[in-house]
Design a binder for this molecule. Sequence first.
Ligand SMILES: [Fe+2]
Ligand SMILES: [Fe+2]
Length: 178
Amino acid sequence: MEYLDSAGLVDTPRKILKVNHAGEFGAINIYRAQILVSKQFGRDYVPQLEGFLKDEERHLGIFWNEIQRRNGIKCKSYWLCGVGGWVMGFISALLGKKGIMACTLAVESVVTEHLKNQLLYLKQKDDQAAYDAVNAILSDEEHHRDTGLDQGGNNALYAPFRFCVSLFTEGVIRFGMR
Ligand SMILES: [Fe+2]
Ligand SMILES: [Fe+2]
């Protein structure tokens, strides 16, 4: 998706910060649900999920600080991301490790594409603070995506699940940017 100047009251850099903040809340809920389910089954990859959760909590703070500096508020998609993330995390964890990795791969593939387009837009806008906030999380999200790919998330059986997760992720981002 190409990022363009907003015709509404809220400018595009603010929208980007809000959407990303909501997305981090979604990611936090994905990992929380996955950890909750995976712990019940005593799965050995719980520490890895806890590491990802810590990354997402840090990302949430980065965007919230910048939103507050601009006197902004939470995105209208905040709770949708939260509930949607939790449901996706819960279902993926019931599918086992490959399900979890398929979820991560699908979400983070959509997210990293958006982040790169956001960076192009913010660079051209000369909004250094927003650029820095987005740039600060890109390598973590790429690492999450690549972990999903390396650990079986690309399994063909999970293609329909990845498709649904991608569709939802793309949908909430577009809804938040409107
Ligand atoms: Fe994140
Ligand atoms: Fe992530």
